[in-house]
Write a protein that binds this ligand. Structure first.
Ligand code: UFG
Length: 343
């Protein structure tokens, strides 16, 4: 079976994808500098799969050591590139850190792909590239216009998509799949791996589960005066394991030569938009735990509503995100309880 290089493979989406790849029989080598993840994630992966992935503590910015890695693992057939900085707010404070980390890493990988004859790459992009789509573009498909990024983080995703397009245009041997994720949530049902936010979570679900676990006093709901049915923002929350499975499909499609375009782009979402208050109420219902909350002002830079039209991924990749949100929320709660030692 082919070997896949997974950058950022000890991170949240990366670790779930490594599990899915290994369960399908792929050999995996993870490259991660552990800047926003924990080496114990490897134990979690091993417990689930029964095998341990190869792991290299290398920063993707370090061209020399990445080059040596490709010399050592001559059987790499595809790369899934997750490694990136991802905090929107931090990117506004430290734009150059984001431009360096997110862009130089990809440039290094693309150069090394040519040098070492690795021809397939899957890139983690984001629905952030669509900004707030017009009403006529909701749900949003892959043809919706790309809008000016609202943060340096979002801009790095757009620039990286362009770098991939330009590189593939210039080099017919390189094939890429760009996956535009909506909002990943939840954890592996075993609760051996899950999301490990650094400090106070920015994202909704880790904040909800930490509040339920008593770590936070209350959830702040950012705005109830949006033009949505209940006034809170709407997102397309996708189960991280469903998202992980799409990566396996994307790799399979490229390795089997079935990709019809040199660069293929897929929106990965459920096709269903849920509001912040719907998520909160559903979580309280399925967990049976109260989550105190207050409505506060809008968060700067938030998009009012966005959800995916995932038809292309459904048809072309033969993939669907179909885990019920109740199960997904429970998986996140099970993971939080596991972390905090709550029965
Ligand atoms: N929210 C709250 N309270 C919180 C946290 C979030 O009300 O404490 C709300 C937000 O205002 C938003 C929704 O919950 O309406 C989702 O917020 P997240 O921060 O979880 O997710 P975002 O949609 O803002 O951002 C996510 C990723 C980004 C990515 C973006 C693409 O975190 O990396 O999707 O749209 F760029």
């Amino acid at each position: 079976m082919a070997r896949i290089l997974v950058t950022g493979g000890t991170g949240y989406i990366g670790s779930h994808t490594v599990v899915c790849l290994m369960e399908q029989g792929y050999d995996v080598v993870i490259v991660d500098n552990l800047s926003n993840s924990n080496v114990e994630v490897l134990d979690g992966i091993e417990k689930i799969v029964g095998r341990r992935p190869d792991f290299e503590n290398i920063d993707c910015l370090d061209f020399t050591n990445m080059d040596r890695l490709f010399d050592r693992y001559t059987d790499i057939e595809a790369i899934i590139h997750f490694a990136a900085s991802k905090a929107v707010g931090e990117s506004v404070e430290k734009p150059l850190l984001y431009y360096r980390n997110n862009i130089v890493s990809l440039v290094n990988l693309l150069e090394l792909m040519s040098k070492h004859s690795v021809h397939h790459i899957v890139f983690s992009s984001s629905c952030t590239v669509y900004g707030q789509p017009d009403a006529q573009h909701l749900p949003v498909d892959e043809t919706a216009p790309i809008q000016k990024a609202l943060s340096p983080y979002g801009n790095t995703k757009q620039i990286n998509e362009e770098i991939i397009q330009d590189t593939c245009h210039a080099n017919e041997h390189i094939h890429a799949t760009i996956l535009r994720y909506f909002n990943p949530i939840g954890a592996h049902p075993s609760a051996e791996i899950g999301e490990l936010p650094n400090g106070v979570p920015n994202n909704l679900l880790p904040f909800v589960t930490q509040t339920a676990a008593g770590l936070r006093e209350k959830l702040r709901v950012f705005g109830d005066d949006y033009n949505t049915p209940d006034g809170s923002c709407i997102r397309d929350y996708i189960y991280v394991l469903d998202l992980a499975k799409a990566h396996v499909k994307a790799v399979e499609r490229m390795l089997s030569g079935k990709a019809e375009e040199q660069v293929e782009i897929f929106n990965l979402g459920t096709g269903r938009g849920l509001s912040v208050l719907e998520i909160l109420r559903t979580f309280i219902k399925v967990s049976g735990v109260n989550v105190p909350y207050e409505i506060v002002g809008r968060r700067e830079g938030d998009i009012e509503q966005v959800w995916a039209k995932p038809d292309r991924a459904n048809k072309v990749l033969g993939w669907k995100a179909d885990t019920p949100v109740e199960d997904v929320l429970l998986s996140a709660w099970k993971w939080e309880k596991h972390l905090r030692g709550i029965k």
